[in-house]
Design a protein around this ligand. Structure first.
Ligand SMILES: *Cc1c(COP(=O)(O)O)cnc(C)c1O
Length: 371
């Protein structure tokens, strides 16, 4: 008997009738690109997270690229990124000819370590680069350490782009992820906490100037006249159909975030004596994009993986190779003291089935196999 790692079917069953109506409405209207649902969804996103501007786009990677473009980041500039994250966080930087500088993460939260960030900034300067931005990632749904990152960013003139592909909607000391930093980006890839039925993404900012630039860049660098483009942009829009789906999913997202807390608490209560379980600092609420435990060794992880597999329980390793060790990223600069935490986590982490509809009995089966 197998079970899904993320059960999108259970969620669909809950809202299927609403989805059918919403999709049929888009088909009846026939406005497939930038239709009324896109605008409505953007307004709802702003109401949800508190950001003044929400701009939908084609995916979470484009969202990051558009953020860098709006900030005017170019060749010779450095962007500080954590190494223990998904490739897209760093990939967008060389894509616009700037240089990513890899920074280590903390062993407790798996998020950016500010001491390593300081060393990364110094290293960028030593190499003759101009540090322009930092991209903290809200890994596995937990907000980065913004109270520590913000003053360092201010002192060094760095813009903060929060890569909230996994953490959009999380809580950070009374603030909602989406409205932190100069720009926040997210992804609506189906498996993310707020996902659509294809690719999708969004960018959030309180800054009118940045919002206007992002709006232009996402539609070919458009100006006030449709056929006089003012800058070199890209084609990165959210489909109306996906917006219609996301409107229905956003409506149940707060409830799902609540349900995710219960699932995570059950896991932690049942596994804490045996494995390293996620650490959530006081005042933070994770969206639990992943529930990730730490084994004592690489060998023990292989054992857990095998036992789970035998019991028909899917697991995943996010991430088996930190970015600074991957082929495409090996030559880029990094914290000169190395990234020992990222290297270590890559060997010991393993993620368990996690979604808002994971029942206690099914979860017991997971825990029994993993223990
Ligand atoms: C998923 C993800 C992205 C990219 O999102 P896409 O929509 O797949 O392009 C970027 N950063 C992180 C941390 C992610 O998890």
């Amino acid at each position: 008997m197998t079970m899904p790692f993320i059960d999108l079917g259970a969620q669909q069953a809950r809202i299927r009738a609403k989805l059918d109506t919403a999709i049929a409405k888009v088909l009846d209207e026939g406005s497939y690109i930038m239709g009324p649902e896109v605008k409505l969804f953007e307004e709802q996103l702003s109401a949800f997270c508190g950001a003044k501007h929400s701009l939908a786009c084609a995916n979470g990677t484009d969202a990051l690229s558009l953020a860098l473009m709006a900030l005017g980041i170019k060749a010779g500039d450095a962007v500080l990124v954590p190494s223990f994250t998904f490739a897209a966080t760093a990939e967008v930087v060389p894509f616009i000819n700037a240089t990513p500088v890899f920074v280590d993460v903390r062993p407790d939260t798996f998020n950016m370590d500010v001491e390593s960030l300081k060393r990364g900034i110094a290293e960028a300067k030593r190499l003759g680069l101009t540090p322009k931005a930092v991209i903290p990632v809200d890994l596995f749904g937990l907000a980065a350490d913004f109270d520590a990152i913000e003053p360092i960013a201010r002192e060094n003139g760095l813009a903060i782009i929060d890569d909230a592909a996994q953490g959009f909607g999380a809580a950070y000391h009374g603030r909602t992820v989406g409205a932190i930093g100069d720009i926040t980006t997210t992804s609506f890839f189906p498996a993310k906490p707020l996902g659509c039925y294809g690719d999708g993404g969004a960018i959030f900012t309180n800054d009118d100037r940045l919002a206007a630039l992002i709006d232009s860049y996402r539609i070919h660098g458009k100006g006030s006249h449709k056929y006089d483009n003012e800058r070199i942009g890209m084609n990165s829009r959210l489909d109306t159909l996906q917006a219609a789906v996301l409107i229905e999913k956003l409506a149940i997202f707060p409830d799902e975030i609540e349900e995710r807390q219960k699932v995570a608490q059950r896991y932690s209560a049942g596994l804490a004596d045996r494995y390293g379980v996620p650490f959530i600092p006081d005042g933070l609420v994770s969206t639990w994009a992943q529930y990730t435990i730490k084994t004592k060794s690489e060998a023990e992880r292989a054992q857990v993986q095998e036992k789970a597999k035998q019991a028909g329980i899917p697991t995943a390793i996010y991430y088996p190779i930190p970015l600074h060790a991957q082929t495409a990223f090996r030559e880029f600069p990094r914290d000169p003291q190395g990234l020992p935490v990222s290297d270590d986590l890559a060997k010991r982490v393993i993620s368990l089935p996690m979604h808002p509809y994971l029942g206690a009995q099914v979860q017991d089966r997971v825990m029994e196999a993993v223990r």
